[in-house]
Design a protein around this ligand. Structure first.
Ligand SMILES: NC(=O)c1ccc[n+]([C@@H]2O[C@H](COP(=O)([O-])OP(=O)(O)OC[C@H]3O[C@@H](n4cnc5c(N)ncnc54)[C@H](O)[C@@H]3O)[C@@H](O)[C@H]2O)c1
Length: 440
């Protein structure tokens, strides 16, 4: 395909503030990981922005630069980490508590990690029932809490000499809520902030504050947050990119890899039983039915969208899909997931696939968090605003424009991501047609 019009991209000049509401397992594994990579102590394995290459032009041109050489991605050296948490622990103490990384590595990074001290959180216990934090802001209205967050952002950027910022929600999963009238447009939302409307969750106050400051916002958890007309309106008005929801890491990563294969080969599905054991704080929060419901909705939707039962009723019209997460403290962050998949083949003969993924939750999530932060900063510098569907690759429950269905298939998501990067760089899009290789 012909090169598309190359957008103008502002250079990744100066420092980038990477601000995370939530300084728990994922956030501190991200902070520590970047500090370790900067010091040459480890490799950024799992990060597309750091290790990924992209093919350009024809297959026989042998052009496959690193993605970060094709488009101007912020350098790790230019990132300054900051965050908020309901506990006052600095990033070193929090990472030690999370027990994801070995203490020996954390001790080598003690100085930079101790310097990252959480700002006071905006928190409401009715939204995360299992936590009882003390490091929490107080104000008579949600609007004032939002203004305090805006002041935090400005202060952090000034104190750290940052030119740009991105905000990435790495805090606990809030209870399930459906969009209601207060989320319908910006005027209703801002009135709701003033009136302390109970349907405005803390995550929405962070998102509002970020967008008001012109800061891109991405959501690593499944909470509703910016997936509402009101905050999308604000993102558009402010000319700021946003994306969510929920980092695509363990079981859903496997699911969105296997399900497209079944559909590609027209193999049927009778049922998919998924269960997990997880022993970290996230597991504890998800033990509450309200928070689990948010996660469950996020996890359940993927098969429907990939398999399209309406188009293929004989293959996918009646499958059972169950997802459970059990809080099991001995495993800490080392999540173990099992999938029992009942499929059917030629003439309806049944077969089974079993998956046992012994993963590490935050080891999978940290590079995804880094890529999201760096790509949404790239989007902002490229003048892209509103929902960034091309980043669906990183999300379990990707946001999408009204009237579209979300794209869950990992391979379509990857093609979309790569072609968007080619588009940004003014390179030809790759269609994989390839007939010209066989012309005389
Ligand atoms: N690890 C993964 O693979 C993965 C995948 C997808 C989504 N997620 C989501 O990412 C989020 C972070 O996961 P984690 O393992 O780091 O959890 P965690 O429990 O270790 O960390 C979350 C932190 O957020 C803090 N917090 C809660 N509410 C807050 C608020 N309103 N403001 C500021 N801080 C707040 C908590 O005190 C805690 O320190 C969770 O919502 C989780 O569901 C994680």
């Amino acid at each position: 395909m012909k090169p598309t019009n190359k957008p103008t991209i502002a250079p990744a000049k100066g420092r980038l503030a990477l601000l995370t509401p939530g300084m728990g397992a994922v956030a501190t594994t991200l902070f520590a990981g970047v500090e370790a990579v900067k010091r040459g102590l480890a490799e950024p394995i799992g990060s597309v922005t750091q290790m990924g290459r992209i093919r350009l032009g024809k297959r026989n041109e042998n052009r496959s630069p690193l993605i970060k050489e094709l488009v101007p991605i912020a350098a790790l050296e230019d990132i300054r980490f900051g965050g908020w948490d309901v506990f006052p622990d600095d990033a070193y103490a929090s990472a030690t508590h999370a027990q994801v990384l070995e203490q020996d590595l954390l001790d080598q990074l003690k100085e930079p990690l101790q310097a990252i001290k959480p700002m006071e959180a905006v928190f409401a216990p009715e939204y995360v029932k299992r936590l009882h934090g003390t490091h929490v802001k107080k104000a008579p209205t949600k609007r004032e809490l939002g203004e305090q967050l805006r002041a935090d952002i400005r202060r952090f950027m000034k104190d750290n000499g940052c030119d740009r910022a991105v905000m990435l929600w790495c805090a606990s999963t809030e209870v399930y809520i459906e969009p209601s009238a207060v989320h319908g447009d910006l005027a209703s939302f801002e009135k709701g902030l003033q009136d302390n409307d109970p349907a405005i969750a803390p995550s929405m106050i962070y998102a509002w504050a970020a967008l008001k400051e012109g800061v891109p916002f991405a959501n690593g958890a499944p909470n509703l947050t910016i997936d509402t007309p009101a905050l999308l309106q604000l993102a558009k008005e402010q000319g700021v990119p946003v994306m969510g929801k929920d980092f695509k890491t363990g079981q859903t990563l496997m699911k969105t890899t296997i399900a497209p294969m079944l559909k590609a080969r027209m193999l049927g599905l009778e049922g998919w039983f998924s269960t997990n054991i997880l022993g970290n704080r996230d597991g504890e929060v998800l033990d509450d039915p309200g928070s689990f419901k948010t996660k469950e909705v996020s996890k359940l939707s993927v098969l429907e969208h990939i398999l399209q039962p309406k188009l293929y009723p004989e293959l996918y019209g009646h499958f059972d899909h169950k997802v459970t997460i059990h809080y099991y403290p001995p495993r800490r962050d080392n999540k173990e997931g099992w999938d029992a998949i009942d499929i059917k083949g030629w003439l309806g003969y049944p077969m089974q696939i079993k998956v046992n993924f012994q993963c590490r939750d935050s080891i999978l999530a940290a590079p995804v968090a880094l890529d999201i932060a760096l790509f949404i900063d790239l989007a902002a510098r490229s003048g892209m605003k509103g929902i960034q569907e091309w980043m669906s690759f990183f999300f379990k429950s990707p946001q999408h424009a009204e009237g579209l269905y979300p794209e869950h298939d990992l391979f379509i998501q990857q093609t979309k991501l790569k072609n968007t990067l080619r588009h940004l760089a003014g390179e030809e899009l790759v269609t994989h047609l390839g007939l010209d290789y066989y012309e005389d």
